[in-house]
Design a protein. Structure first.
Length: 366
């Protein structure tokens, strides 16, 4: 896995900052490098600086400080048409006076490709986005979703080395979106294309990417493969932003090695793993995933601290049960259990005890 060193990187951001008004930094200190062939997603809330980073990489914006390198060379020395970058943006405009096939053929003509090769590539690109029958239509005769699929096909038709995509699937319905997520990743890997993908949809980021860079406030909060990101969030923002998460607040009472004892604000004690806390007396928010909470005492470790909980709501979801609890004053504490034949269905009003393995409960920044 890449370690952030930029020596053999295909794309590298080095201490990049960006300000539009000369005062406020919307990208604060971006260091990021991708090896060839990687599918990297920038994930974050609206306004966190994702599009700005993509525009700088594409060459439509310049960095205020720092450097962006493409294949080892500073990007500002390479003219845009020689960058070999395919782009799909949220509102990508197709040429309205050209048919779909002509739109796709255009980037190939620019590259002086022969007619029969062009036709073959256009056909393949159209099939790839399930639009094989639409080559003769004009963009105005297509739905928004269909236009976006054509825009995607046009970005991939010349098999660029680097593709940038900014929320390309936002306009598509759920089923087509999921199909396209699968198609985009399969294609990117098959063609060996390096991809920088932007989304605010965490499920999309987790399912598509080799690595995900979580953005907030112009900074990368964490950069990791999807499973590491979900299972080992390094701060409260990431824990909260990725997946469903239960949070309890308290103060560090003891720390020894990879365990700590937290006194919650209502006085109860719980075991946790110290991630982002280093001293006794420090305030912390502990984070525990809904599927890691246990209420079957036989499955808890000997001597583990448990908490009293009241069942507030039981929701049957088919494959899983989602139970909402009141825990240490928090009415939004959620437990998820698999719908197995012997699984208990908790009832509202029941008083139970819950616990977890200390390593599943992470003591993060307050
Ligand atoms: N062309 C621009 N001029 C001035 N401010 C901009 C411009 N584009 C984006 N911004 C601001 O920069 C910040 C980051 O925006 P953006 O990169 O679009 O975030 P994201 O794509 O994560 O939603 C926002 O506060 C936004 O208002
Ligand atoms: Mg954006």
């Amino acid at each position: 896995m890449p370690d952030g060193s930029t020596s053999d990187a295909f794309v590298a951001f080095e201490r990049v900052q960006k300000s539009y008004d000369g005062e406020n930094l919307v990208v604060k200190d971006l260091n990021l490098s991708l090896p060839k062939g990687e599918f990297l997603t920038m994930l974050g809330p609206s306004g966190s600086g994702k599009t700005t980073c993509l525009m700088m990489l594409a060459g439509f914006e310049t960095a205020t400080h720092g450097e962006i390198l493409l294949d080892g060379r500073p990007i500002n020395n390479i003219p845009p048409h020689k960058r070999g970058i395919g782009m799909v943006f949220q509102n990508y405009a197709l040429f309205p006076h050209m048919t779909v096939a002509e739109n796709l053929s255009f980037p190939l003509e620019v590259r002086k490709m022969g007619k029969s090769e062009r036709e073959e590539k256009v056909k393949r690109a159209l099939d790839m986005v399930q639009m094989g029958a639409f080559g003769g239509r004009r963009p105005a005769q297509l739905s928004g979703g269909q236009q976006q699929r054509i825009a995607l096909a046009r970005a991939l038709v010349f098999e660029p080395e680097l593709v940038l995509m900014d929320e390309p699937l936002g306009a598509l319905d759920k089923q087509l979106r999921e199909h396209m997520q699968f198609e985009i990743t399969r294609l990117a890997h098959e063609l060996g294309i390096t991809t920088v993908y932007v989304t605010h949809d965490q499920t999309e980021a987790l399912t598509m990417s080799d690595r995900v860079a979580v953005f907030d406030d112009g900074r990368i909060q964490q950069l990791d493969p999807p499973d590491t990101l979900y299972e080992e969030p390094q701060n409260s923002f990431v824990a909260q932003f990725i997946g469903e998460n239960n949070t309890l607040e308290g103060v560090v009472q003891e720390i020894s090695g990879d365990k700590c004892l937290i006194r919650l604000d209502d006085g109860e004690l719980i075991d946790a793993k110290p991630i982002n806390v280093s001293q006794v007396g420090e305030r912390t928010r502990v984070s525990i995933r809904p599927e890691r909470v246990e209420f079957n005492k036989e499955r808890l470790q000997e001597g583990a601290h448990t908490l009293k909980a009241e069942v507030l709501e039981f929701i049957y979801m088919g494959d899983i049960f989602r139970t909402r609890l009141r825990v240490a004053g928090n009415d939004e504490f959620v437990v998820k259990t698999r719908n197995a034949p012997d699984q208990v269905r908790l009832k509202p009003g029941e008083q139970i005890e819950i616990g977890w393995l200390p390593e599943d409960c992470r003591a993060l920044d307050a």
